[in-house]
Design a protein around this ligand. Sequence first.
Ligand code: G4P
Length: 194
Amino acid sequence: MDLLKQKIEKDGVVLSDSVLKVDSFLNHQIDPVLMQAIGEEFAKRFKEDGITKILTIESSGIAPALMTAITLGTKVVFARKRKSLTLVNDLLTAKVYSFTKNETNEISVSNNFINENDRVLIIDDFLANGQAALGLLEIVEQANAKAVGIGIVIEKAFQEGGKLLRDKGIKVESLAQIELLENGVVTFKEEVTV
Ligand code: G4P
């Protein structure tokens, strides 16, 4: 997705050989025009998949998930990382370990909002080691719903998440795939078009 790649090149900051800072348009300040284009692109890639629900995880997954949902005409559910005062009963939960932060969070979703009739699209901002996506897949499984695909805004292709998920046979669509972060420069993976 050219618009996204241009934005990453212009406004992304390579913090190290493994971390890209995109606070100015995705992780802190949000660019609504870019987010709308992201939503339309995800909707295009999953339009034939009969999606009935979008599942994401707070906080940075919510904006791209919401924009996708507007185009596909579905609702969005976001998994919570912290305990909520009101979200106490009938919870679907999964443990998510973050290699980056070296901590485990229990994520939770109310089972009122995903059920066995749902065809779920999982959306997230980054794909690194794939642990968040695996946790969301576990929640979909607990709901007896069908995980139809995963949409990722930025995939760090040099980390293992993408392979882990694709090896499970899941349709994974990433709008920008980063091959390398080196000496402050972002190198994108060439897109193969068929
Ligand atoms: P994983 O789920 O793929 O295994 O990712 P990991 O544990 O490594 O990542 C933990 C958090 O760091 C996630 O956000 C993830 O989106 C984010 N992250 C991973 N790599 C990068 C990167 O290169 N740049 C940026 N900006 N973020 C990265 P989070 O802590 O849940 O944050 P938020 O969703 O509340 O913003």
